[in-house]
Design a protein around this ligand. Structure first.
Ligand SMILES: C[S@@+](CC[C@H](N)C(=O)[O-])C[C@H]1O[C@@H](n2cnc3c(N)ncnc32)[C@H](O)[C@@H]1O
Length: 389
């Protein structure tokens, strides 16, 4: 059964590759951070004979831009070990995703990043809008499943936050309880399906937007904390000024739960876990603070050219934020408003946030993404027996 509930909407025109040109640039750094870990893991995946196929999944792929360079490296590593072993790449996302942009990027119509299809033969690309809370590929058919910046989205909304956009920062105890319970159920469902889909020896690598409830990571409680705080506080102010109504304010909810690390590891614990029963075992789990690309670029220009380019810094931060967040505000506004009015209000929200950023020093702006990197390995088949392949 496919869920029709859309939990994420991207800004920009369909087919324009907007995601990869904005937020995707930030996520590329997540990928860079875990790349060597993934390539080393790929070397441990048992390969099959030449008449079979090595299957890579990218779940919650958006326009595919973030993993194209990584998939090139993965195919390279697989082919180093086994000549011309055919490779299949399965892109998965919600049915509402901009697959047009994905196909343009993967087939080179949008030439950046350079598609791996130009460099390797016998690589077969498919895409599905199944949604990752469903089975996406047949049992025991995937060798490597990747998912970046996606599995914090919920399968459905479970509560209406009265004074917060999601759990962080101001959900009530009851709202937090409800959303944590749904997130736990969804995460277990996600892992359960991946456990069935992976072949024995196959690997799952996830990098998910996270929340560090105990501030273990220096100075950061939440992924892009400053932008999160600014969105909530500015939207509250616009309500208090009468620009939006209280009803529109409480209707503005993100269908996501940025999990704590112990929530990410919970389904792997305990003998009753459906995930471990299906042979998926945790290899590693860690919280990583990723440097904000906008600040890195600003710093580079300052150090190398002596140019303090705050304008580009603010624009980049604003573009990234609008890319993933704007849709949530637009959809919350009353249908009594026409679309121009909705766009104008949401533009005002982000313009105010950008103006506030312009008055802040980039080093003092808490815009670093915080991610949970989870690696798991399939050790046995669905019947509980270890495969030798
Ligand atoms: C922030 S984007 C990240 C995209 C890309 N993986 C990256 O790392 O940049 C989140 C993606 O998760 C997808 N997503 C959210 N819920 C999903 C679901 N239930 N099934 C599949 N994809 C989902 C969204 O459609 C969106 O493309």
């Amino acid at each position: 059964m496919t869920s029709a509930k859309q939990t994420f909407g991207v800004a920009g025109e369909t087919g324009s590759g907007h995601f990869g040109d904005t937020l995707g640039r930030q996520v590329l750094i997540f990928v860079e951070i875990v790349k060597n870990q993934i390539l080393d893991a790929v070397d441990t995946i048992p390969l099959r004979s030449q008449d079979q196929v090595f299957t890579i999944g990218d779940y919650g792929a958006a326009d595919g831009s973030v993993t194209i360079p990584l998939i090139r490296d993965i195919i390279g590593r697989v082919r180093e070990r086994q000549g011309e072993l055919p490779v299949q790449v399965v892109y998965e996302d919600q049915a509402s995703n901009d697959f047009n942009s994905l196909f343009k990027r993967v087939h080179g119509l949008i030439p950046v990043p350079r598609t791996y299809l130009k460099d390797f033969k016998d690589v077969f690309v498919t895409a599905t809008g199944a949604g990752f809370f469903e089975a996406v590929v047949p049992p025991a058919s995937a060798d490597l499943i990747l998912s970046f910046n996606a599995a914090h989205y919920l399968s459905k909304p479970v509560t209406q936050f009265q004074d917060s956009l999601h759990r962080y920062p101001n959900a009530t105890a009851e709202e937090s309880r409800l959303v944590a319970a749904q997130a736990a159920e969804d995460w277990e469902t996600f892992l359960f399906h991946r456990a069935k889909e992976l072949r024995s020896g196959g690997i799952l690598v996830m990098a998910m937007v996270a929340d560090d409830s105990h501030n273990h990571v220096t100075g950061l409680r939440h992924c892009v904390q400053q932008q999160e705080d600014d969105m909530l506080n500015t939207w509250r102010r616009m309500r208090d000024e009468g620009k939006i109504t209280q009803e529109e304010f409480v209707n503005t909810n993100f269908d996501r739960c940025t999990k704590y690390l112990d929530e990410c590891t919970a389904p792997f614990k305990g003998s009753k876990s459906a995930v471990t029963k299906h042979g998926l075992q945790l290899v590693s789990a860690e919280l990583v603070k990723v440097p904000c690309v906008a600040r890195l670029a600003w710093r580079k220009k300052l150090d190398e050219d002596g140019v303090d380019d705050r304008e580009t810094w603010v624009k980049t931060i604003g573009d990234h934020l609008r890319c993933w967040a704007a849709w949530n505000f637009i959809r919350a506004l009353s249908d009594q408003r026409n679309s121009d009015e909705k766009e104008a209000l949401v533009d005002e929200l982000f313009t105010r946030i950008e103006k506030k950023a312009a008055d802040t020093h980039p080093d003092d702006y808490l815009s670093d993404p915080l991610i949970a990197v989870i690696v798991a390995r399939k050790v046995s088949s669905c019947d509980g027996h270890t495969h030798t392949t």
